[in-house]
Write a protein that binds this ligand. Structure first.
Ligand SMILES: [Fe+2]
Length: 404
């Protein structure tokens, strides 16, 4: 295959312990007025204090919005945009997990271009640059500090919707592992395995035929050389540190390894896209109200097993990157999920077996994600994946493969 690569990423990435102190000087390059967005919990953490102090030390006018909430509900968007209209910021600074950074992205969008968020649901409908955004993640993570996507809750339907545009990529990603030190064990485990799912799904993404139209009409364009390099490295860092950081949340080195892996995974899937584990999770999460990372992490090994016939070489490369015992990366991912406390099956989180066709039907609606799967699938195949996950046995897909 000819070499083909695309990279759209923050124009500046600062990674390392101590880097949060750079927030003030970086913000000052954009102007004097800052809108600082976070949530009520993060607002009380030492990490947030470091960022706020750094901004004030530069003499900047800082308006603080602590209204961010999980899944970015309309009330949070309204509050942040209202404070922005009042204070007219030159730059937005986000300190928090994925929901905080996604709120900051859509606030930067609405302050620059007006309208309602539903005006921008169509891919690439953001007309031009948004307010400059500095993202400082406190989890590892969604990778939102590096991606063109914001996931929000639609005001009319209460469904999760995505806004995707290269203009939403934060201008600066400042990743300081100290900011992730306080994350609770469950958040650390679920967001960490979600980052692994970004690396693996980003690496396994469908390979599109390269064209100018492809690369310019979509922010996420499928498998390519640069996202592959980043995704493999991300998978390695996450595999080496996830169990360690779940067992010992104060281990700054392990926190750093996870944040680095999550950043690389974010840049990777920010360009290539994620796929079926995410499509299935949107349906499973809506039905069970379990966390995003719990769902993607639980479903990931089943999707990998289903895709094995289409991408044996990719799975072999991931096994090497992750140092999988016996070269079995699917078994490795499944066992890793169990060791960090993921539920053993969909049955365990309250899904009934007769619900599976309905969930498959709901998942197929996430066309952009389903179309990014390396092996074509319809509702029947999604049901097979869900059935294996309901039993908690990835090998069921292997057996079926032998029969088919
Ligand atoms: Fe995810």
């Amino acid at each position: 295959m000819d070499l083909f690569a695309v990279l759209r990423a923050p124009s500046q990435v600062l990674f390392g312990t101590g880097m949060a102190e750079a927030a003030g000087r970086v913000a000052a390059t954009h102007g004097r007025r800052v809108l600082l967005i976070t949530d009520p919990v993060i607002a009380g953490t030492p990490g947030f204090g470091i960022v706020e102090t750094a901004l004030r030390a530069e003499g900047l006018d800082v308006a603080v919005c602590t209204d961010a909430e999980v899944d970015v509900p309309p009330a949070a968007v309204d509050a942040a945009v209202a404070l922005g209209r009042e204070t007219q910021p030159d730059v937005i600074v986000a300190v928090g997990g994925g929901s905080v950074i996604d709120l900051a992205k859509v606030t930067a969008l609405l302050l620059a271009h007006g309208g309602a968020l539903s005006d921008y649901y169509a891919v690439n409908s953001v007309p031009g640059p948004v307010l400059p955004l500095i993202a400082l993640p406190t989890t590892a993570g969604t990778g939102s500090e590096a991606t063109p996507v914001a996931v929000i809750t639609d005001a009319a339907t209460a469904m999760k919707m995505g806004v995707a545009s290269s203009h939403l990529i934060p201008r600066h990603a400042i990743c300081d592992p100290r900011l992730t030190l306080g994350a609770p064990t469950t958040v650390t485990a679920h967001s960490g395995i979600d980052a692994l799912s970004h690396a693996i799904e980003g690496y396994m993404a469908a390979a599109e035929a390269p064209s100018v139209d492809l690369v310019l009409s979509r922010p996420q364009i499928g498998k390519n050389g640069l996202s592959d390099t980043l995704a493999l490295s991300a998978a390695g860092h996450i595999a080496a540190n996830l169990e360690r950081v779940v067992a010992e949340g104060d281990d700054l080195q392990a926190r750093a390894g996870m944040l680095y892996g999550s950043l690389l995974a974010g840049i990777a899937f920010g360009n290539s896209g994620v796929s079926t584990a995410h499509a299935l999770q949107f349906a499973v999460g809506a039905a069970t109200h379990t966390s995003h990372g719990l769902g993607t992490g639980l479903l990931l090994p089943y999707v990998m097993e289903f895709n094995r016939p289409a991408r044996p070489d990719d799975l072999a490369a991931l096994a090497i990157a992750m140092e999988s015992p016996d070269g079995d990366v699917v078994g490795h991912v499944h066992a890793l999920g169990q060791r960090i406390g993921l539920p053993a099956s969909l049955a365990e989180i309250g899904i009934e077996r007769e619900d599976l066709p309905k969930l498959a039907e709901a998942s197929i609606g996430f066309r952009r994600l389903i179309d990014n799967n390396p092996r074509p699938l319809g509702t029947l195949q999604l049901e097979r994946i869900l059935d294996a996950a309901w039993h908690g046995e990835p090998a069921r897909l292997k057996e079926e493969e032998a029969v088919v």
